[in-house]
Design a protein around this ligand. Structure first.
Ligand SMILES: O=C(O)CCC(=O)C1=CC=C[C@@H](O)[C@@H]1C(=O)O
Ligand SMILES: [Mg+2]
Length: 323
């Protein structure tokens, strides 16, 4: 006997979370719970505004279509919508047990540029110290100064930077010029510095600063291949697709000698804990990019260890469909 529950959620965000051109006031999505032979599997389907191609309405329609077939005995699933493919593969992965329980709750802290704050967080971080800083929002000089300041203040720190394709080559070069040469190899990677992949490749070749692909991983023509200066690919499963597809990309990256970093698309605590499980299983040697829970005002159903945010229970959620 198969049973299905589909819920809708809307979690209030902290003030001032901006995604590209839009302020994100609430994080909206769906939770699916599949039950079969007394076992349950949960998944989160929450397309990220400004980043996902699909809307929540489209994701809901596609999810409902598959859930109808699943209660009627369908085994396989396929969805062209990445958020749906990710959430349903998690639910099926819990049901069948292929998504292991063990989680890697480490996370590269997102830094707003205040070194004192980062000191406190990194002091409590066991082992490798890696933090992530957004660049490209303000002047390149300022970005360069913050990078110098942090790397100077914390000698065993490595940084991941993210420019989200915001720089023209000249601006990217401006940034590189301000980073002291002896610090450059402590930049683990800079995600997508320039508007095009070719410009980013040239930037890396000429400055010696390693780069990573994030936006590129989701483009139709992208293939994982070893390239000089490209240290990593960033995998955001909600934007990329099923666990199986992510697994394949991670294997390709590792074969090519690159890091694969499992990262958040600002999922709720339920989706984030599943990403932490994928990270423990598929990228055990890499700290995942999962430090986004504190952007929200509450957790959802499953808590993240050590978070003090209140947990919203499933009974408080709107039921979309139940069978
Ligand atoms: O990658 C991480 O460490 C955290 C996630 C993160 O930085 C992002 C998640 C989703 C959208 C963006 O704001 C941002 C990114 O561009 O990588
Ligand atoms: Mg990025």
């Amino acid at each position: 006997m198969r049973k299905v529950e589909l819920y809708r959620f809307s979690l209030p965000m902290e003030a001032g979370v901006i995604l590209r051109n839009q302020r994100l006031k609430t994080r909206d999505g769906l939770l699916v719970c599949l039950t079969e032979n007394g076992k349950q599997g949960w998944g989160e389907i929450s397309p990220l505004p400004e980043f996902s191609e699909e809307t929540l309405e489209e994701a809901e329609a596609s999810t409902l279509g598959w859930l109808h077939s699943w209660v009627n005995g369908e085994q396989a699933f396929e969805s062209a919508l990445p958020s749906v493919a990710f959430g349903l593969s998690c639910a099926l992965g819990e049901l069948s047990g292929f998504l292991p329980q063990k989680a890697d709750y480490r996370k590269a802290p997102l830094c707003n540029g205040d070194p004192d704050e980062l000191f406190a967080v990194l002091g409590a971080m066991p082992g490798e110290k890696v933090a992530k800083v957004k660049v490209g929002l303000y002047e390149a000089v300022r970005d360069g100064m913050i990078v110098n300041l942090l790397l100077e203040a914390i000698p065993d720190l490595k940084l991941r930077l993210d420019a989200n394709r915001s720089w023209a080559r000249a601006k990217a070069d401006g940034f590189a010029k301000y980073v002291q040469p002896q610090f450059r190899d402590r930049i683990q990677f800079l995600e997508e510095p320039c508007k095009t992949r070719d410009e980013s490749r040239d930037f890396s070749r000429e400055t010696g600063i390693a780069i990573a692909w994030d936006e590129s991983v989701r483009e139709a023509d992208f293939v994982v291949e070893a390239e000089p200066g490209v240290a990593a690919i960033v995998i955001k499963p909600t934007l990329v697709g099923s666990i199986q597809r992510c697994h394949m990309l991670i294997e390709q990256a590792h074969k090519a000698g690159m890091m694969a970093v499992i990262s958040s698309s600002i999922e709720s605590s339920l989706g984030l804990t599943q990403l932490a499980r994928m990270a423990a299983w598929l990228t055990p040697d890499t700290i995942p990019g999962l430090d986004t829970l504190s952007l929200m005002q509450s957790q959802l159903v499953r808590p993240w260890p050590d978070s003090e945010l209140p947990v919203l229970d499933v009974d408080a959620l709107e039921v979309v469909w139940r069978r």
